[in-house]
Design a protein around this ligand. Structure first.
Ligand SMILES: NC(=O)C1=CN([C@@H]2O[C@H](COP(=O)(O)OP(=O)(O)OC[C@H]3O[C@@H](n4cnc5c(N)ncnc54)[C@H](O)[C@@H]3O)[C@@H](O)[C@H]2O)C=CC1
Ligand SMILES: O=C(CO)COP(=O)(O)O
Ligand SMILES: [Zn+2]
Length: 347
């Protein structure tokens, strides 16, 4: 069977306090009695505790594992705890959700996505970004059976994380330009509906910038809804193409170079400014939008040196050679990379 399927979550909840209804929601979906909570060291108290309370109140059994990196190793550790009866609950940031998503997919069991913040657009997507020492892959996994996003928990998460989520969405503007280019130059399959949904998701942020503020539930809801529709675009495309282009390759390159990378969305946002310049678009509009949501736009703000920015720009086209972007087959020269970062005020 070669037909491509589009997967979507069956139920999506974006509500304040919804985490306390985890057991009721799982019961209504007939997800059984055995749960594995995949969470992180920070997110255990914030997100996993109320989940545990809900499961215990309803006499559902559970196990807990904490993971902090999205690597093959953490996926194997989680898989060891999964039985055919397990439903995996991924409670945390992007890395936790990717590990929960891929380990449950590998073991053929259901997965519920429970974000504790709105920092990335993988919350509902069927793909998992996995990093190993030499590779950064976008692995095929599955969509969550349900998304339970507690907008109160998300609103109280550090605003830097929400700003990163906005930047990950603003990156869609250059990701779509790259995808269109690959379609025209390399005949790569292109989905009009996925592209339109991706751009609409980015506009949900740029059109609502004045309403995205710290510690406000309605703000968290706007960001979460935009990440949801951005994730749907990835589902329709069946690849991260609508949300990941040259700006993401730059971010993946930084992840390889840096001991302590900045947030995924922050790096992608800075990459979007520079890639919009390369596309001949209005990079200042991107910079202003990022500034308005308090996302960083310069290397200094994220503690990255000029040299590391240049290294990442030069390395970016080699990260996923099969993903054609404005960086072309040969990438940018060191001199051009310097000009690019300098002219866009990144360095
Ligand atoms: N599967 C996909 O389609 C996508 C995957 N990604 C991946 O997601 C990852 C990036 O996700 P991030 O969430 O930025 O990184 P992350 O998972 O490392 O989380 C960032 C930090 O936020 C903390 N955090 C989460 N919720 C919190 C809360 N409520 N209060 C305080 N701290 C909280 C975490 O503990 C962590 O220290 C990357 O690995 C990226 O490649 C990003 C976009 C799409
Ligand atoms: O981060 C993503 C979309 O925002 C997914 O990207 P990658 O496929 O490049 O890992
Ligand atoms: Zn991203």
């Amino acid at each position: 069977m070669t037909n491509r399927k589009i997967q979507m979550p069956r139920e999506v909840y974006i509500d304040p306090g919804i985490v306390h209804d985890t057991a009721e929601i799982c019961n209504s979906l007939h997800l059984g009695n055995d749960f594995l909570i995949v969470t992180g060291s920070h997110t255990y108290d914030i997100g996993a505790r109320p989940v545990i309370e809900s499961l215990e109140k309803n006499n559902l059994s559970y196990d807990v594992i904490k993971v902090d990196v999205a690597s093959e190793e953490s996926i194997s550790e989680v898989e060891e705890l999964i039985t055919p009866e397990t439903t995996v609950l991924g409670v945390g940031g992007g890395k936790v959700i990717d590990v929960a998503k891929l380990s449950s997919f590998n073991q053929g069991v259901y997965f519920v996505s429970m974000p504790t913040t709105a920092s990335h657009d993988g919350i509902v997507s069927p793909l998992a970004s996995i990093k190993n020492p030499n590779t950064s892959i976008s692995a095929t996994a599955h969509s969550p059976i349900a998304v339970i996003a507690d907008s109160e928990i998300i609103a109280q998460s550090p605003f830097r994380l929400l700003a990163a989520g906005c930047a990950d969405l603003i990156a869609n503007f250059t990701a779509i330009k790259d995808w269109e280019l690959a379609h025209r130059l390399k005949n790569e399959a292109f989905s009009e509906s996925a592209a339109a949904l991706s751009i609409m998701s980015a506009h949900l942020i740029t059109d609502n910038i004045a309403n995205i503020k710290p510690n406000l539930e309605p703000s968290a809801r706007i960001v979460m809804k935009s990440l949801f529709s951005g994730g749907m675009a990835i589902s329709i495309a069946g690849s991260s193409r609508p949300a990941s282009g040259s700006e993401h390759l730059f971010s993946h390159a930084l992840d390889k170079i840096l001991d302590k990378p900045a947030l995924h969305g922050e790096q992608c946002g800075i990459g979007t400014i520079m890639m919009m310049y390369l596309h001949g678009g209005d990079w200042r509009v991107i910079k202003n939008a990022l500034e308005s949501v308090q996302a960083p736009t310069t290397a200094v703000e994220v503690g990255i040196s000029d040299e590391e920015i240049i290294d990442a720009l030069v390395m970016a086209n080699k990260i996923r050679p099969e993903r054609y972007t404005i960086l072309g087959d040969n990438g940018v020269s060191r001199e051009a990379a310097y000009e690019l970062a300098y002219k866009t005020e990144v360095i």
